[in-house]
Write a protein that binds this ligand. Structure first.
Ligand SMILES: *Cc1c(COP(=O)(O)O)cnc(C)c1O
Length: 350
């Protein structure tokens, strides 16, 4: 990367974001995974954003965007559209900064996520069968009520906020390598991908510091909008489908201004994983890593469990993006995986 990029974001924006959100967010752990390192034959670390306040990295971008507003704008309140985690992050960030949140969501958003936002005393508007309907409603409320729109991914301050996770990874890798007396190795980072705010930010931070690192987006086979748009070379409407990775649902927006270009420029590869692979990765995270993770957060682990790919000889960081799975679903997935098939058959279960 040389010279200013078209998206106009630089490492300075990431440092500014970090100084804004420091104290209100957790510097989440970067931990080695013995099980995944053994399988991969090279060191694998997990960046545990499932341990972030509100249960996902989304708090970083939401807080940074909110703190970048004027006091008057915060006073009037903000509106957003969400598959759940961004709404929860905005609602929490509003409480921390004395603003008011309105969160528009489609009927596809799981009940546990809606309930968590309700608890934060945000105004909730449920509308339509997909993210696009919720988006229209958010735009209507913004115009009618003079609210400021805080988008879930396609916004420079949101991207810069998510990028602080990448900055931490770079620093924590230095510490981890010093700890085990290892020299620098080529790096790859696996990042869950939906609208692309997280991966754009993380890739910006990491590639600014280590231009030879490889950034891989991972998404679900069922309705991965960014992958399909990148393949087509521009915006395409993508049908939303139910998936274990519910936080990866939704389109990239017909008027996408930042993340489509940043993904094209900064992301080396996009991998897709299936529903059974996501389920197995949730179970792996629980039994082998002792982490509760939601489907969207498990896709990087799913990609690694599938076996070697182009970057497998590199030291690998898997960004584990969130924890907010319905715990009854989690319990079923773990029970199913732990029960021998003949017992399931005897129970008449699936
Ligand atoms: C939002 C979200 C993602 C995807 O982030 P984008 O910035 O939309 O690509 C991944 N994992 C979790 C848990 C999320 O909440």
């Amino acid at each position: 990367m040389s010279g200013p990029a078209a998206h106009g974001l630089s490492l300075i924006d990431v440092y500014r974001a970090r100084s804004r959100i420091r104290g209100l967010t957790v510097r989440t752990p970067l931990v080695p995974s013995a099980a995944l390192s053994r399988r991969a034959g090279s060191p694998v670390h997990l960046k545990l954003e499932n341990q972030q306040y509100t249960g996902s990295f989304k708090l970083r971008g939401a807080l940074n965007a909110l703190l970048a507003l004027s006091p008057e704008e915060r006073e009037r309140g903000v509106v957003t559209v969400s598959t759940g985690n961004h709404g929860r992050a905005v609602a929490h960030a509003c409480r921390m900064t004395g603003s008011r949140a309105t969160v528009c969501m489609s009927r596809l958003v799981p009940a546990n996520k809606v309930a968590a936002i309700e608890e934060l005393e945000a105004r909730i508007v449920i509308c339509g069968d997909g993210q696009d309907d919720a988006q229209l409603e958010a735009e209507r409320l913004r115009a009618e009520e003079g609210l400021t729109f805080i988008p879930p991914f396609d916004h420079p301050e949101v991207i810069a906020g998510q990028a602080t996770a990448g900055l931490e990874i770079a620093e924590q890798l230095v510490e981890a390598r010093q700890g085990r007396g290892a020299t620098d190795q080529p790096l790859q980072i696996l990042v869950p991908l939906s609208g692309g705010g997280l991966i754009s930010g993380v890739a910006l931070a990491i590639k600014s510091l280590d231009p030879n690192s490889r950034v891989v987006g991972v998404s679900m086979e069922r309705g991965c909008a960014m992958y399909q748009c990148q393949q087509a070379g521009g915006y395409r409407p993508v049908e939303e489908q139910e998936s274990l990775a519910d936080s990866l649902g939704g389109g990239i927006g017909a008027d996408n201004r930042y993340t489509f270009a940043m993904v094209r420029e900064l992301v080396d590869e996009i991998q897709l994983v299936g529903e059974e692979q996501i389920a197995a990765a949730i179970v792996h995270a629980y039994l082998e890593e002792r982490q509760v993770v939601e489907g969207a957060a498990a896709v990087g682990i799913a990609a690694l469990l599938r076996g070697p790919t182009a970057g497998s000889d590199r030291e690998t960081v898997v960004l584990v993006s969130g924890a907010n799975i319905d715990m009854e679903l989690h319990r079923r997935l773990v029970a199913r995986a732990s029960t021998p098939e003949r017992e399931l058959a005897a129970e008449g279960g699936d």
